[in-house]
Design a protein around this ligand. Structure first.
Ligand code: SF4
Length: 423
């Protein structure tokens, strides 16, 4: 293999903690079996054994093979100790590639990139809780060939579209900007969004106006520290009400609940608990947006007094992980990509600060000053892993939100992103 394998520090010592995991990854979603792995499994268990483990469905001229789920929506091969019986009885080679690779995400570009999904709580822990977790590491021994079979993005090295061929450089620029010292995640995201806004007229997929010179000038501007400092001062001076953001949060979370519970129950249960606690706020008896905003802001303020740095680290690591693993070229332009990323961040912020463990204390009139870093870490893992499972893994859901709500020129602007970033 000519390409290097690059990864993040948090993955170097990751291993599945199986029965110690607060959840498992063997259910509540569709798990497909790839033909080579299916053949290995069939050789071990025979036709009759195979039909107990997987189902076959003909769609057009294709046969789709999926692991069967039981009434609880778990894989029938998940044993009572939370372990995989295919792995324990027949070895890793008989696992579907999807099972062997999860929670890893693979991109084939100039390098092979090995990142991971925070849908696994153990990955969320490792990614969020160490300041250097998303630093790059290099090495051919990071993953075996079987795990490299399932990939998320593949880069067409022969492309003549600069939007795609600059993927590595522009992505790495955003990754570095999100690591600037001395700035909050909101300020860093504003810097990245300002760059995206600056290049938006000529830098997009199949752009007829592409100008390399303009792109270089924009990159030079955004890497000039004095320019960046001025940008941030302007951002800090803007006084923005959080109501636009809270309305969007409510809209997306309600849509998530309404659009089905079968595969996304862990997140839906969390949303339902938060909704119940917000409505049960006995002190005012009303559930309007002002109340939500006040509660959110008060909890955020109290928690941030003691844990600001830790919270910045969660969101910085989350965003840097996403920038590398989810290529912006999957969207037509950078603003669209950052718009969705900003929406994800406000949803995560809301779920974090309005997590039931904090809301209950708040509703009982207890101070939040006593919340320890360990408690907050546990809340963050709970929120980030459930959110990733419940929303980020459902691309169709997010596309429908984008189409129905976000796909307006005025919402693809730096002004709108500023509204979100100030939340
Ligand atoms: S979610 Fe992660 S830690 Fe939990 S069982 Fe799956 S791979 Fe293992």
């Amino acid at each position: 293999m000519d390409q290097r394998i690059i990864s993040f520090k948090y993955l170097t010592d990751f291993h599945c903690i199986a029965d110690q995991c607060e959840d498992h990854c063997c259910g509540h979603w569709k798990i497909f079996y790839d033909p080579p792995s299916l053949q290995i499994l069939k050789n071990k268990v025979g036709d009759a054994g195979l039909s107990e483990i997987v189902s076959f469905e003909t769609i057009g001229d294709r046969t789709v093979v999926q692991l069967k789920l039981n009434k609880q929506q778990n894989c029938t091969m998940l044993d009572d100790n939370g372990l995989c019986s295919i792995h324990s009885l027949y070895g890793e080679e008989a696992l579907a590639n999807t099972c062997a690779s999860f929670p890893r995400r693979i991109n084939y570009g100039a390098d092979v990139e090995l990142t991971a999904s925070l849908a696994c709580p153990e990955i969320a822990r490792k990614c969020l809780q160490n300041s250097d977790a998303v630093d790059f590491v290099f090495g051919d021994d990071l993953v075996n060939e079987k795990k490299l079979q399932v990939f998320d993005n593949r880069y067409d090295a022969t492309t003549s579209d600069p939007y795609l061929s600059n993927n590595n450089d522009i992505r790495n620029l955003m990754y570095e900007l999100l690591n600037l010292e001395g700035f909050s995640i909101a300020q860093k995201f504003f810097i990245v969004s300002s760059f995206a806004s600056d290049v938006s007229k000529f830098y997009f997929r199949d752009s007829p106006n592409y100008s390399e010179q303009q792109l270089v000038e924009s990159v030079n501007r955004i890497t000039d520290f004095d320019y960046v400092k001025k940008l941030v001062e302007e951002f800090d001076e803007l006084d923005v009400k959080p109501h636009t953001a809270i309305e969007l949060v409510q809209l997306v979370l309600n849509a998530r609940i309404v659009s089905g519970t079968e595969y996304y129950s862990v997140l839906n249960e969390l949303i339902a608990e938060i909704a119940g606690l917000l409505k049960s706020d006995a002190r005012t008896g009303n559930d309007n947006n002002d109340l939500f905003v006040n509660i959110y802001q008060e909890i955020k303020h109290q928690i941030s007094l003691k844990h600001e740095q830790r919270i910045e680290q969660y969101f910085t690591n989350y965003a840097r992980n996403a920038i590398i693993s989810e290529w912006y070229v999957s969207d037509d332009n950078l603003m669209k990509y950052l718009q969705l990323m900003s929406v994800r961040i406000i949803l995560l912020k809301f779920l974090l600060f309005c997590h039931p463990k904090l809301l209950k204390r708040y509703n009982e009139g207890l101070t939040l000053k006593g919340v320890t870093e360990d408690e907050l870490d546990a809340i963050a893992v709970d929120v980030f892993y459930k959110f990733t499972r419940g929303i980020e893994h459902d691309k169709v859901f997010f596309q429908s939100i984008q189409k129905a709500v976000l796909n307006k020129p005025e919402l693809l602007s730096l002004a709108f992103l500023t509204y979100l970033l100030k939340f």
